[in-house]
Write a protein that binds this ligand. Sequence first.
Ligand SMILES: NC(=O)c1ccc[n+]([C@@H]2O[C@H](COP(=O)([O-])OP(=O)(O)OC[C@H]3O[C@@H](n4cnc5c(N)ncnc54)[C@H](OP(=O)(O)O)[C@@H]3O)[C@@H](O)[C@H]2O)c1
Length: 247
Amino acid sequence: MQIENAVALVTGANGGIGKHYTETLLALGATRIYAGARKISSLDDLVAIDPDRIIPVALDITDETTVEAAALQCSDVNLLINNAGIGLLKGFISAPNLSAARSEMEVNYFGTLAMCRAFAPVLKANGGGAVINMLSILGRVNFPMNASYSASKGAGYILTQGVRAELAAQNTLVIGVMPATVDTPVSQDFPPPKVAPETVVQAALQAVVDGVEDVYPGEQAETMAAQLLSDPKGLEKAMAAMLPQPA
Ligand SMILES: NC(=O)c1ccc[n+]([C@@H]2O[C@H](COP(=O)([O-])OP(=O)(O)OC[C@H]3O[C@@H](n4cnc5c(N)ncnc54)[C@H](OP(=O)(O)O)[C@@H]3O)[C@@H](O)[C@H]2O)c1
């Protein structure tokens, strides 16, 4: 599949990586980009770049009414980019309650699942197409400082495998993108190294062209993915060692 002449929908298009997806799709010649956001006014600057090709869509992926409405409105989509996500930086045990863990699961897992379910028939009707799920390397190994986020992205990883299997018969390519830290406003307080959002987006869109299912963009993600194969227990211990210990 080529990006030129594709019709894409990007969830969380007003966010750090979402804006890059939208702008890069535009530059690569996508026919139309539906830009999804909870607050449609947050898309004003993005839509102003090319109002004929960037179409704002009111979309909260945890609200099945807006998800179903988007599937009706965007019936020509052949590239679904599940980019929307939240990370609340909570531990499993140190969090005061289950609220963050539930919210992360609601958005990162159930929201992404709802989008895949709503758009599966749309993609089928448009020849198969592709789905990009924005996951995280933290979905492959737990990072205790962002523990419940890791779990929700791990659920997203398993979701991605299952959706891939179910949509294979309709010729839909299902891609999981698993970066380490990406240089966006949400990660401004995180330590380096950080991969540029442009690098993440280019790698994800190239995977659509090349038919690649698992994408680890940037050196840090590549190194961690290699360690998951060579020394998974060592990686788990290294992540655990980053958790500040009580005095
Ligand atoms: N930045 C990183 O280091 C990093 C690393 C690995 C993976 N990722 C993943 O990459 C994706 C984008 O991250 P980012 O860095 O661009 O973060 P971001 O700037 O916070 O963008 C997240 C986007 O998701 C949207 N969103 C949140 N809840 C939503 C909901 N219920 N329905 C629809 N949209 C919703 C946000 O919209 P609102 O403005 O309405 O909140 C925002 O547009 C996320 O899935 C994230 O987990 C990021």
